[in-house]
Design a protein around this ligand. Structure first.
Ligand SMILES: [Zn+2]
Length: 414
């Protein structure tokens, strides 16, 4: 039976690869063709220079070419780990190491999960390094120094261990101790753990990587607070973040839950936008909360998690599932296998989630236009963001349907 498992895995794995590859090629060809035929799309006329447009096309094509190799490399790495005897080797290491700690089962499981994770992050270094220091540097976005890059990786490693150990311990303990409904208990635990992270992230984790300061621009702050008051949005403060430390790409986000929600603006965003545009971006973000988009997305993701855990509960005693990858059945091995093979299976859910997400974006855009009583600033903010980030002005419709959680700027301003 394990041959059937291996065969099925390859079908899904190769299909995902093929779909990704074709979409990427279509997208690159589409961008070249649009450029040759029409040049700048109508909405961007007069708002993007010929040189910047050329640069955005070059950036899109360079990313597309990089994607070809990065995807191929990533897939070879996955195959190597799954079928190259890596997992059985790591499992033996975990059993030797885990044997020195109590409780033994959980310790072995934790070592196995963390070792697999560490191996993957190490093997992804070549593509990660090239993306940061090759591609992003070439187009003038990268501001990360080698020293900062190394410090980020070390902090990430430390966080992975500090959060991973208690998290995995609890999950493995529940899997062992709660009988046939373990998947329900694990789900409840992961769900609660997410909230804990939502609370801890802005106050403990994020400040370790970036500097956060209360927004200094008094006029903008007053206008944001007035707007928040008007729409009934509770906030725990407005902060700027030194995103320019790593990249000149710009962004804004909300973090935390309940009344402690923080508004975070990248310094790069403040630098690139007028106050009207910045306010429009925040009105849009508030729209996501007021229309319960954030809650709905969390619910959908939770349902996926519950479904995944339930499927795992069906597979956990099915020996061929483990034998196919050179392992014997056990709880912790099931967790790692699910993590490694779920990608090609859930790949097809991506466009569905994006469909919902894009619907939310339109709604939030309309919300912003309504509360500001003017749709212009939002439109200008979007165009500004697209131009500054050298985003693809004309993605292939299939490519954007698959990969874009946001509608394109052209679509949003129709
Ligand atoms: Zn949005």
């Amino acid at each position: 039976m394990e041959h059937v498992v291996i065969g099925l895995f390859f079908v899904f794995f190769l299909l995902e690869f093929l779909v990704e590859f074709v979409l990427n090629e279509l997208n690159m060809a589409w961008v070249r063709k649009r450029q040759a035929e029409n040049g700048v799309p109508a909405i961007f006329k007069g708002r993007i220079g010929v040189e910047d447009y050329q640069k955005s096309v070059d950036y899109t094509l360079a990313k597309g070419r990089f994607q070809r190799w990065a995807d191929l490399y990533g897939r070879l790495v996955t195959l190597f780990v799954l079928f190259g005897g890596v997992l059985p080797f790591l499992d033996r290491v975990a059993q030797n190491l885990g044997g020195h700690f109590a409780p033994r089962t959980q310790a072995t499981g934790i070592v196995f999960c963390l070792a697999t994770g560490l191996l993957f992050s190490t093997l992804s270094l070549p593509t990660d390094l090239y993306a940061t220091f090759g591609l992003e540097t070439r187009f003038g976005f990268n501001k990360t120094t080698w020293k900062l890059y190394l410090a980020d990786k070390l902090k990430g490693f430390f966080l992975g261990i500090a959060i991973g150990i208690p998290f995995l311990f609890a999950v493995l303990w529940l899997m062992e101790g709660t009988g046939s409904y373990w998947w329900l208990w694990v789900f409840l635990f992961v769900f609660a753990f997410q909230f804990l992270l939502l609370v801890l992230y802005p106050i403990l984790i994020a400040p370790w990587f970036n500097k956060f300061e209360p927004l200094k621009d008094d006029e903008l702050r007053e206008r944001i607070l007035t707007l928040a008051d008007e729409v009934g949005f509770k906030t725990g403060g407005i902060y700027t973040m030194n995103g320019s430390k790593r990249s000149s790409h710009s962004n804004a986000y909300f973090t935390g839950i309940g009344k402690a929600k923080r508004i975070v603006l990248f310094d790069t965003l403040l630098e690139q936008m007028s106050r009207d545009q910045g306010l429009a971006v925040l009105a849009h973000e508030m729209g996501h909360y007021k229309m319960k988009h954030v809650r709905r997305m969390l619910l959908v993701q939770s349902l996926f998690l519950l479904g995944g855990l339930y499927i795992l509960s069906l597979l956990i005693d099915y020996a061929p599932f483990f034998h196919a990858f050179g392992l014997e059945p056990s709880n912790y091995r099931a967790l790692v296998l699910l993590g490694l093979i779920s990608g090609p299976l859930t790949f097809y859910l991506g466009p569905l989630l994006n469909l919902l997400s894009r619907k939310h974006e339109y709604e939030a855009d309309r919300f912003a236009a309504k509360v500001l009583k003017d749709g212009k600033p939002m439109e200008e903010a979007l165009i500004n963001l697209t131009v500054r980030n050298l985003s693809n002005l004309t993605p292939h419709p299939w490519y954007s349907a698959y990969h874009y959680s946001h509608p394109t700027t052209v679509e949003r301003n129709d």
